[in-house]
Design a binder for this molecule. Structure first.
Ligand SMILES: NC(=O)C1=CN([C@@H]2O[C@H](COP(=O)(O)OP(=O)(O)OC[C@H]3O[C@@H](n4cnc5c(N)ncnc54)[C@H](OP(=O)(O)O)[C@@H]3O)[C@@H](O)[C@H]2O)C=CC1
Ligand SMILES: O=C(O)[C@@H]1CCC=N1
Length: 273
């Protein structure tokens, strides 16, 4: 696994996170090939990770029997079209991380008969603390599923789905999810400053609170609702804050936000077909 040649098509934010996770697991940098059109990004990938970089997808996939499609969904059809003849020759395992785009679309764009695993990682992959939803099309055998699982396990936890239709919900919850936590953190820091804290103190207090709360959620068997109740003293400060959030429709807003993200995933598939 650690010197298995893997080609990344697209060397942007998410590819960096996944490559960082792979290298932290001991994957050999030279066996990671990255096709990326932006020279500054190529230079940074080479300098930071020691991986092999190319401006051309065909060069990157040469000799690689696993391809990770890591471009934006809007260009994926064109990217696959340019690589279709190579896919037909080398029959790679294709792992896509693109939001919205279905396994069937990728298989068709690559000329048909291709093994495709559709995945949705998230940016904490860079720390090995991510989570990835995965769906394998019928052509992918057990060895392909195992390989994809090991590849994404370098980025954190994996959750397999039997129904591809659920991948847009995965994207909405965990793919986009870090941004919701970052927005909440921004809002907490801003509010702390408004209430009189120095910016640095507000930031340190909010960040450690998010870290500590996340550790309590993941390192104990107690669910989120019970952990919240344990913070909330009767008629205390937390109760005052939670009542304000509930009255403002916090839960409904989160539901609407996640629904909008899921819908956008479906739109990305339809608009770029
Ligand atoms: N960011 C995130 O948190 C997550 C993103 N994803 C998915 O990952 C994918 C990439 O997202 P992200 O990393 O944020 O996007 P980025 O824009 O940071 O990275 C994509 C990179 O691909 C490059 N690119 C464009 N065309 C080609 C091509 N023909 N061959 C090779 N590379 C090309 C882009 O260059 P240029 O800028 O010049 O177009 C860009 O540098 C998306 O499909 C997204 O849905 C999945 C989970 C989480
Ligand atoms: O915003 C996006 O479309 C991508 C997919 C999930 C996270 N970032």
């Amino acid at each position: 696994m650690n010197d298995h040649p893997i080609a990344f098509i697209g060397g942007g934010n998410m590819a960096r996170s996944l490559i960082g996770g792979l290298l932290a697991q001991g994957h050999a940098p030279a066996s990671i090939h990255v096709a990326e059109p932006v020279p500054a990004l190529r230079d940074a990938l080479r300098a930071d990770f020691g991986v092999a970089v190319f401006d051309d997808g065909a060069q990157a996939v040469a000799g690689a029997d696993t391809w990770v499609l890591a471009t934006k969904p809007q260009v994926l059809r064109q990217v696959c079209g340019a690589l279709a003849s190579h896919a037909q020759t080398s029959a790679p395992l294709v792992v896509s991380i693109a939001a919205g785009i279905t396994a069937a679309q990728i298989e068709r764009w690559l000329g048909g008969g291709i093994k495709v695993v559709r995945t949705m990682p998230n940016t904490p992959a860079l720390l090995g603390a991510g989570v990835t939803g995965l769906y394998a099309s019928a052509r992918v055998d057990t060895a392909g599923r195992d390989f994809a699982d090991r590849l994404l396990s370098a980025a954190g936890k994996t959750v397999w789905l039997a129904d591809e239709a659920q991948m847009d919900a995965v994207t909405a919850v965990s793919g986009s999810g870090p941004a919701y936590v970052f927005l909440l953190t921004e809002a907490m820091v801003d509010a702390g400053i408004t209430e009189g804290l120095a910016a640095d103190a507000a930031r340190r207090l909010a960040l450690q609170t998010v870290l500590g709360a996340a550790r309590m959620l993941t390192e104990s068997d107690v669910d989120a609702a019970e952990l919240r109740r344990r913070v909330t003293s009767p008629n205390g400060t937390t109760q005052a804050a939670i009542e304000m959030l509930e009255a403002g429709g916090f839960r409904g807003l989160v539901k609407a936000a996640i629904h909008a993200a899921r819908r956008r995933g479906q739109e990305l598939s339809a608009a770029n077909d």
